[in-house]
Structure formats: C-alpha cells, structure tokens
Design a protein. Structure first.
Length: 383
C-alpha cells in the first residue's frame, strides 16, 4: 500500500472528537491563564455577544497587555448565522488574526468555533454561563438571522483550550444555569435512544455517563441553585458545560439528539421573539419525546419518567408546557408548522424506534402534563 493510499484510509476512518486539548477550571482562573492563551498566537480575534464582550473586556485586557497580544473584538450579531460567519471571516482578514478567542453563550461560542474551523485557526473558548456545553464540543449550530435553526456543522476538532472560570459563570443570571440543566439532562433521554442496540464499547460508556449526568442533576440541581458559587453549584456547572460535552464527544454522532432537540428546532421557527432559552425549549422537548413514547408505544417507563421530570422541573423552574414557554397563544397553523419542521425527513426525531408524523407530534406537544393512564409505579424509572 502506498503512502497516499494509507493517508486516504486514515482520512476516511471515522474520528472521535472527544474533548478540548486542554481544560482549565477554577475560581478566578481566567486571570491566571495568560500563558496558556498566548501559546496560540499574537493577534487574537475575540468573538462574543454584547454582554460577554463588555464583561470580558476588563478581565481579558490585563492578560492581553501582560502577554503583549494585539487583539480585536468582533461582536456577534444577531446569531450564529451565515451572515455573521461571513462578517467574522472579514474581521479575521482585516485584523490578520492568528487565533480566535470565543466568549459568551452557546451561539457566540458556536460562531467562534465555526469560523476558527473554517479558517484553520486555533480556538480558545471562555463560556460566560452554564447554559450549554458549546464551549466543549466539535459542533456548531447555524441559525437564520431571525434565530430559526437551520443546520449543524461537525467541526474538525474540539477547542484547543477551554477556560471555565466559576467566578465568571456566577455573574450570569441563574436562569441560564437552569436552562443548561435542561439541555444537559436531555443527554440521557436522547442518547439512550439514539445509540439503539449498539454494543460498541465507547457508545455504551457514553450512554452510561449520560445516566450518571442525569442522576447528578436530579440530586444536586436544587441545592446548587440555592447556593450560587458553592461547591455543589460548581459540580452542576461542571455537569452542564463539561460532562454533557464529553458524552457527545465520546458517543459521537450516534449519541446525540433525538426528539427533544427536534422539537426545539421546530419551535425556533415560530418563536419570533425568542423569549425562551435553548435549554428551556429542549427541556420541554424531553417531555414531548416521553409523551410520544407513552402514546405510541404504551411505554410505562416513559410515562413514569415524564412524571418524575415534571416534579423536577417544578422544583427548579424548567417549563413543562407551551404556556410556560410563553407560547400559550400559539395558533394552530404555527403549531402545525413547528411540528412539520420537527418531522422533516432529515430530522433527528426519526432516531426514535417508531415513526412519528406531525399530527402525532402536535398531540404530544399539547399534552406534556397529561396524567399517566393506567396503574404505573411513579418510582419505576430506568434501572
């Protein structure tokens, strides 16, 4: 076999992007991360939203001066959209940037990762909330300029450096961490289905880690929200930002989204005001997925799991219904449109082990709090 043939085989072999090359975490750790950042170049482009840009300006400026870095800042507007990516590419060229620093929430980090991937630059991610695992993953979601989900992009690698500063995360509204809990806990309900009956070792490990993640969030979320900045709060931040990302990396494409995220994607097309956060829509989507399993398969475990989640959501403040999402006045036509988008041929909803059509999805979307039918043991959750 020639060297060219060997290279071709290596490229075709599926790769797993399990984790960032390096993760630094701790309280106030950003102020001590200058040397770790400076190894990637001298002219960073800092990509972030309005809030994260202002927040990090005072935190990053001393580092930039200490390491003699010449930085330029690009404010993401309005979303991780094709137009925003084009603007970022222009900003890279104008600044002659040699690496990217991504700051903020999920969409800002997705945009930073995507443009770094496109321009073959190193990427440092600095999340400013615990709302998603975007700081970890080799995946970016692309939206329209109006915030409607369009498609996702698998990236060549996870970030080169992730800096998780608990003090920085603590400045975000508590609602963002609650949203992150909703997004992270979906890993179990989706990965356990999307993995199917696979006996591949790493996939099994990812699914079991998703169950561990679920149990950690069940046990620690409420006390964490009562004590922001505490050790248990840090544990939950680690779970939403780091462990959730590691599960997707370890499990790969077979261990990602199913109906919960498909419902989220459909709702982004009708929630024109975008009153709710990503994880809030996903959390509601988990209930929809379980309701589908209950309605279409008579799945008693799904019915029990839904009841367990309803109690958990009420305890920490996650939405249980369309009304709680601020969509109580949704028209029948909009509901139909959201269901059709969620059921499009390429949707991850079709990872469910049974077919779903828009009419069935609509029925599940309006009955997420319906009482369990039959004599089910409310404590009978997946062993």
């Amino acid at each position: 076999m020639t060297s060219a043939e060997t290279l071709t085989r290596q490229i075709e072999f599926p790769a797993l992007n399990v984790s960032p090359a390096r993760v630094i975490r701790g309280s106030g750790i950003l102020s001590r991360a200058g040397e770790a950042i400076a190894v990637f170049g001298r002219r960073p482009l800092i990509v972030g939203g309005d809030r994260s840009g202002k927040l990090l300006a005072k935190n990053l400026q001393p580092i930039l001066e200490e390491q003699q870095l010449t930085a330029s800042q690009a404010v993401l507007s309005p979303d991780c959209s094709e137009a925003s990516i084009a603007a970022l590419e222009k900003a890279i060229a104008e600044h002659q940037a040699d690496f990217i620093i991504g700051t903020g929430g999920g969409k800002a980090l997705d945009a930073a990762k995507l443009i770094a991937n496109k321009c073959h630059l190193a990427i440092v991610t600095i999340p400013t909330s615990g709302a998603t695992c975007a700081a970890w993953t080799a995946l970016s979601n692309v939206y329209s300029d109006k915030g409607a989900f369009l498609y996702d992009v698998a990236l060549e690698k996870c970030p080169d450096l992730l800096i998780l500063d608990y003090d920085l995360i603590a400045t975000a509204p508590q609602r963002t961490l609650v949203s992150g809990i909703g997004d992270a806990i979906a890993k179990w309900y989706e990965a356990s289905i999307s993995s199917g009956s696979s006996q591949k070792t790493l996939l099994i490990a990812a699914v079991q880690q998703a169950r561990v993640l679920r149990d950690i969030l069940f046990q620690k979320s409420a006390p964490a929200l009562e004590e922001p900045g505490s050790e248990v709060w840090q544990d939950v931040v680690d779970a939403t930002v780091l462990l959730a990302g590691a599960i997707g990396g370890l499990g790969g494409a077979q261990c990602r989204t199913v109906a919960a995220h498909a419902v989220h994607n459909g709702l982004t097309h009708i929630d024109s005001e975008h009153r709710t956060l990503h994880g809030e829509k996903v959390a509601y989507g988990i209930l929809v997925q379980l309701r589908l399993e209950e309605m279409l398969q008579g799945n008693k475990l799904a019915a029990s799991a839904r009841q367990q989640l309803l109690k958990f959501y009420a305890e920490i403040g996650l939405p249980e219904t369309l009304e709680a999402l601020g969509l109580g006045d949704i028209s029948l036509s909009d509901l139909q449109r959201a269901a059709e988008i969620a059921c499009n041929p390429n949707s991850d909803i079709h990872r469910l082990p049974f077919p779903v059509v828009p009419e069935q999805l609509k029925a599940a979307m309006v009955s997420t709090t319906a009482p369990v039918e039959g004599n089910f043991n409310s404590q009978q959750i997946e062993a």
